[in-house]
Every structure is written in structure tokens, then in C-alpha cells.
Design a protein around this ligand. Structure first.
Ligand SMILES: [Zn+2]
Length: 626
């Protein structure tokens, strides 16, 4: 077991080069991030039901010091900005609580109460933010809620600002069309893999500190309180829709297929204030998120930012968003929108230009640079997305994973390739020596590529793991992107110390499944069906979910699970159970005999045949070794 190393001289030189190449520090971002400050709570600490913090910036006190050589100086700056927390006046009548979570919560003062935009990831920070608002602006009710989009950091904390009674009484909850479907389904089918990879992307297993997690770029981290999902009472499907809630006029712009599959911007004419949801933020966002997800459409994203300029530009006195700090004045708002629009269009167009010249993804990522006018802005820098992986996202969207070179069409997988590379190098010691030489020369990318072959050929080779960890660590120290840093440092940590043996986190298991409608729940079973075990299995189940009274025909043949709602097979077996019981059975929390004995299940023997062919997923699968 080795603890993190210090920055090498190569890394120190790299940080110096970054420092020399950064945009001019005018102090404007820090001024904007602090403007209108009213109050906060110490370290933004929010306690959960058990009295332990579900959110705190206390471990980030080290950011008060000068940037150490183990952190990219540009990321350090963003990490400081993302540590400025509290309640802020955006304009008279609009207030934000920032850095009580990874996202912002916004309060608009209406005639009788507060309209809430984006109630954070979990209930406790949302409630703490509302309490701070009430303390300074009056103890008024919440009169409406808007979810800007379908990502959990924008709706999960709803029960911190609205009670079950408020919701039952018809509290208006607005969201873009497709919200609920996307909120429950975007991350389900690949959920286990995505959640495990997210532990790398957000550095959730890393210590906080100059050699660990410093920031996610988009915000500090994700809060750890109670996550809820309350469906909207009204969805917005048409751009130009105008509504008035508690005297607050709102004009909507629907932006599907941008930063999220269901998203919308909106404008408050009385306040001359524009909310750009997560379509604009103070950095380059992800066209591809490294935890893994379908790539986003840079062209549509850019198009909708332009449409927002056409609809609301000129008149906008203040622009705010779901992450980071606002921008004041029509000129600054307009300039920001223009460059955010062109940031994504530039990446889109230039990637395809180079692809049409025959360049492959790795070559495009290595070649492309920002034009000077975009590079001079802090808010185009890759604190979350990077120019490198975003160009690959555009390539993937249009041309897929294959670069066209047949040598890359069907290469050996990592272990087999690793064994052959080790042999080619003249054995493990020779490969290790070459890796060490590259490390000493400061070529950490090459060290990582080379030594990865040895780790996959010989996962117990401690010298290889240690050198690989050292190389990844220096790459992490140099990274400007929070997610890149966290990926590298988490990889280093898992190479050095055995992976955690803790239980599967709740998000990865039952929580998400419970929110699914019947057809989506059955979809999630389809991807658990083990093709080999299912072999010659043929099965027809007439399934009734007793809790929702939904009926499905579930059929297995050709090692595929198909399902259709409101269909029956007269020769099929009848199976009756609740969705919750099915989830427990799939996750192994009960078995068919027990569920039948408890009266939770009918037709257990037939269902058991299906269950025996379903896989359970191990959350802690290996990433940096086989
Ligand atoms: Zn977000």
C-alpha cells in the first residue's frame, strides 16, 4: 500500500505552463460569485436524519491556501469559485442558494410565496436553503416548483421544499415534456455500469484534499440526503408557452435533446431575468459524460442557445442557471450566450471537418484547439467536459466507435493483448523498465498505456500496479477537468489498495427500479437475462402487477425476453405479484417459495424458471485491472 506521491518536476513544469496560458484574471468571476451575498451557514454544513452531514464544505478548507503543484491551477480556481456558498440576491425578487449541493436552488418571490426552481439533489440541503430564504425574506409558503430538466440534481430534493400534503393539495410542479420518462429511464438499462463508473468520475471514494478530490468542475460534489421523485403536475411542451404562477409571469423555451433529453429555459419578464437551466454554465459542459451515457447533440444544444438569444437576448438584465454564478447586464449576458453557443458549435463543426479530412478520433482530439476568442474566456474551459473527449463524442455520434482502420476492427481484448505486449517487450521486467523510463522522462500517458498491458497480463504484479498508479496520479494532478482528475486518482487508489468491500450503494440497487413503470421494469429484466443460461428456455408468463393492476405477456425464446402490455397467451402460466416483490426477487432479497408462503406471489414455480436465468450485477467490478 502506497500513499499518494508528490507532484514530479514534469508535473510542476506542466502546471507552470498552464498558469502562463490562462485567461486574464480580472476578478469578475469572484465578484459575480459573491455579488448579492446575504447569509449562509458555517461551511454550508447540512445534517441528515442521523445527525451526520449530508453536505459540508468543511473538508475543502485547504482551498484557502495557495494552489499546490498537485492540482492544476485552473481547476484550483474553479474549485475556489465553487466553494463560495450561501444565499444570494440575483436581482430584487430573485434569490439563489449556491453550493449547498452540486446544483443551485433558486427562489422567485411571488405575490404570496416562493416559486422554487430546481430543488437540489436531496431533501435536507433543499430544506436548509428554504430555511435560509425564509429567515431573510419572510416565512412564506412555496407556491410552485419548476424542474428545469430530468437530471436528479434538479428534482431529487423536492420533499425538502414541499410536503406530501402540499403536493396532494395540487401544488403546481412544472417540468419540460418527457421529464418523468427521462428521469426514471435515462440511466436504468446501463445503470450498474454507469453508477460504478460514476464513483470514478465524481471521486466519491477519494479523500478530499490537494492530493485527492478538489472539485467536480460543475460544483463540489453531490449531496447525500434523501432523494425523491415527485412527478410534475404540468409539463411544458411548446416554446413560447406563457404562464403566471402566484403573480410571476414565465415564458418558456423547450430545449429537448440538449444537456438533458428533457430540458427547458425560461424568462421572467417582470424581473428581466433569464434562466438557462443547465444549457449554459461557467465552463465547457460534457457532450459525453465519462461515467458513460448516450452522447449529446452539440448541434441541437448550440441551436437552442441561439434561439434563447433571439427570444430573450437584449432585454435580459440578468442571466442565471442551474449551476455556477449569474451574469449581470444585457451586454455580458449576450456575450456569454454567444460564446456558449459557439463553443458547442465549434466542437461540432471542427470535429466533422477533421473527420472529413480522414482524421480519426484520437487524432482529432490531439489536433483541435480553441480559437483565440473562445480561449480567452474562463467559461469555455474544460472543467467538466474537455475538448478532447467532447470531440470524440461528436465523432461517435456521427461515425461511431470505429475509426475506419481495419487494424482496429477486431483487436485482442485487454488481457490477451497485454500478454502479447509483455512477451514482445521481452518479459515483465523489461516492460516495467520501459515503463519506468517513460515515467522518468515525464511521459505519463505512454507509461499508463504500456504498464496497463502488464497489469492486465499480471494483475498481481505489485511493481506494475504501483508504477501504473504513479503514472495515473501525475496525469490526475495535471488535469484541468474535475472528472478527469477524479478518474485518474481513483484508478491510482484502486491499483494501490484493494477495492472497497462495502455494500452496493442504494442508487445502484432497488431505489431506481422502484420508480420505474411496469414496462420499464421489465426492460430492466431483459438486460439481466443471461443469454447462455437462457439457451433453449421458452417461457410465456401472463404477468399481473397486483399493485398497479398492469398486465403483461412476458415471453422468453431465442435467449431474449420480450414483453407486451395488455396481451395474454392462452397457453401461458399465470403469475401475480406486486412490482416491489418482483424487485426483491430479482435482487435476491427474497425467493419464490418464501414470497408464495407469505401470499405475495402466485405462480412462483413458473416465475422461478425466469429468475434462474437472470443475472445479478456486482457493483464493484474491476476497472483498472482485469
Ligand atoms: Zn445538474
Amino acid at each position: 500500500m502506497t500513499t499518494p506521491h508528490d507532484a514530479t518536476s514534469t508535473t510542476r513544469q506542466a502546471q507552470d505552463r498552464v498558469l502562463a496560458s490562462l485567461p486574464l484574471e480580472t476578478g469578475q468571476d469572484f465578484e459575480d460569485a459573491r455579488r448579492g451575498f446575504i447569509d449562509t451557514v458555517p461551511d454550508a454544513t447540512v445534517l441528515g436524519a442521523r445527525g451526520t452531514p449530508v453536505w459540508t464544505l468543511q473538508p475543502y478548507g485547504f482551498l484557502d491556501e495557495d494552489c499546490p503543484p498537485t492540482v492544476n491551477p485552473s481547476l484550483w480556481r474553479q474549485a475556489r469559485l465553487n466553494a463560495i456558498h450561501g444565499l444570494f440576491e440575483v436581482t430584487s425578487g430573485i434569490y439563489q442558494v449556491r453550493n449547498f449541493d452540486i446544483s443551485n436552488i433558486t427562489f422567485i418571490e411571488g405575490e404570496t410565496g416562493y416559486l422554487v426552481v430546481d430543488p437540489l439533489t436531496s431533501a435536507e440541503p433543499a430544506a436548509a436553503a428554504l430555511a435560509l430564504m425564509r429567515k431573510h425574506r419572510g416565512d412564506k409558503p412555496v407556491t410552485g416548483v419548476i424542474y428545469t430538466h430530468s437530471h436528479v440534481d434538479h428534482y431529487g430534493g423536492i420533499l425538502g421544499v414541499a410536503s406530501e400534503a402540499d403536493i396532494a393539495a395540487g401544488l403546481p410542479i412544472l417540468a419540460p415534456e418527457g421529464f418523468l420518462e427521462e428521469a426514471v429511464s435515462e440511466n436504468v438499462l446501463a445503470g450498474n455500469a454507469m453508477s460504478r463508473r460514476a464513483t470514478y468520475m465524481y471521486g466519491s471514494l477519494l479523500p478530499r484534499g490537494p492530493r485527492g478530490h478538489v472539485d467536480s468542475g460543475l460544483g463540489k460534489a453531490v449531496s447525500q440526503g434523501q432523494v425523491g421523485l415527485v412527478p410534475p403536475t404540468k409539463t411544458i411542451s411548446t416554446t413560447g408557452t406563457r404562464l403566471t404562477i402566484d403573480g410571476i409571469e414565465i415564458e418558456f423555451q423547450v430545449t429537448p435533446g440538449t444537456e438533458a433529453p428533457a430540458e427547458m429555459n425560461f424568462y421572467f419578464p417582470q424581473f428581466k431575468a433569464l434562466c438557462m437551466a443547465e444549457n449554459c454554465s461557467c465552463h465547457m459542459h460534457n457532450l459525453y459524460t465519462p461515467r458513460g451515457a448516450q452522447v449529446r447533440d452539440a448541434k441541437a444544444w448550440s441551436h437552442y442557445i441561439h434561439e434563447a438569444m433571439e427570444m430573450f437576448g437584449g432585454q435580459t438584465e440578468v442571466l442565471f442557471a442551474s449551476h455556477h454564478w449569474p451574469r449581470w447586464g444585457p451586454d455580458r449576458a449576450e456575450a456569454f450566450l454567444r460564446k456558449q453557443r459557439d463553443l458547442y458549435k465549434y466542437i461540432h463543426d471542427q470535429t466533422l471537418r477533421l473527420a472529413n479530412h480522414g482524421l480519426t478520433p484520437k487524432e482529432i482530439a490531439e489536433t483541435l484547439e480553441m480559437p483565440p476568442s473562445l480561449a480567452e474566456e474562463w467559461y469555455t474551459r474544460g472543467y467538466y467536459g474537455t475538448l478532447s473527449h467532447n470531440t470524440k463524442a461528436v465523432y461517435q455520434r456521427y461515425l461511431g466507435w470505429f475509426d475506419g482502420n481495419p487494424a482496429n476492427l477486431n483487436p485482442h481484448p485487454p488481457v490477451e493483448a497485454g500478454q502479447r505486449y509483455v512477451e514482445l517487450a521481452g518479459g515483465p521486467e523489461a516492460l516495467l523498465a520501459a515503463g519506468q523510463k517513460a515515467y522518468e522522462a515525464g511521459d505519463y500517458r505512454w507509461t499508463a498505456e504500456l504498464v496497463n498491458h502488464l497489469v492486465f497480463a499480471q494483475p498481481d504484479n505489485e511493481a506494475a500496479r504501483s508504477l501504473q498508479a504513479a503514472a495515473l496520479e501525475q496525469l490526475g494532478y495535471q488535469a484541468e477537468s474535475g472528472p478527469w482528475r477524479d478518474f485518474y486518482l481513483t484508478g491510482a487508489q484502486e491499483l494501490r489498495t484493494p477495492r472497497p468491500k462495502s455494500a452496493t450503494p442504494r442508487q445502484a440497487a432497488a431505489g431506481q427500479l422502484r420508480a420505474l413503470p411496469g414496462d420499464k421494469l421489465l426492460d430492466s429484466l431483459s438486460v439481466r437475462l443471461n443469454g447462455e443460461k437462457a439457451g433453449n428456455l421458452t417461457l410465456a408468463l401472463n404477468l399481473t402487477f397486483t399493485d398497479t393492476d398492469e398486465r403483461f405477456l412476458v415471453a422468453v425464446e431465442n435467449a431474449v425476453l420480450n414483453h407486451w402490455s395488455d396481451r395474454r397467451d392462452p397457453t401461458g402460466a399465470e403469475v401475480r405479484l406486486s412490482r416491489a416483490t418482483l424487485i426483491q426477487l430479482v435482487l435476491g432479497e427474497t425467493d419464490t417459495a418464501k414470497a408464495e408462503a407469505e401470499g405475495q406471489l402466485e405462480g412462483g414455480a413458473h416465475l422461478a424458471r425466469l429468475l434462474s436465468a437472470l443475472d445479478r450485477f456486482d457493483f464493484w467490478f474491476e476497472i483498472v485491472s482485469p
